[in-house]
Design a protein around this ligand. Structure first.
Ligand SMILES: [Zn+2]
Length: 140
């Protein structure tokens, strides 16, 4: 049946996205963002495999996903944590390019599905007060 085939193709694609997922789950920064959001009264789902890139935090009511990005792996621009290791430079550059491409594709796909995408960088979590006011803007 044609419909079944389509469903299977979609699930295969999602599976491969999940396999290639660079984002590790339940990191300390992610847990911190979750607890701040929770305290602010937001309700959310975690690691939604049905969405592109399996986003960390999904606020369905606000049609918003929050991605908690590690500065190193996700290449935070002009951030001192996004350094390039001194050895195997070609290897790292290739890896980083792949990560950034995948991130961009996931954000694009999420937006196409009508989701707002908020990125919280690991280095921003050093100031929790700042974080709370930043997350408040999600309500807009
Ligand atoms: Zn950073």
């Amino acid at each position: 049946m044609k419909v079944d085939k389509t469903v299977d193709t979609i699930s295969k694609r999602l599976r491969s996205q999940n396999m290639s997922r660079i984002r590790s789950k339940n990191t300390a920064p992610e847990i911190l963002v979750r607890s701040v959001l929770h305290r602010m009264g937001f309700r959310f789902r975690l690691h939604d495999k049905t969405l592109p890139g399996c986003p960390d935090i999904v606020l369905k009511r606000w049609k918003t996903v929050v991605l908690v990005n590690g500065c190193f792996w996700h290449r935070h621009k002009n951030c001192r944590y996004a350094y390039v290791p001194k050895t195997r430079i070609a290897f790292w550059n290739k890896k980083f390019a792949g990560n950034m491409k995948r991130d961009a594709e996931n954000v694009k796909a999420l937006k196409r599905l009508g989701w707002k995408v908020k990125i919280v960088w690991e280095c921003e979590l050093r100031n929790t007060a700042g974080l709370e006011s930043r997350l408040h803007k999600l309500r807009l």
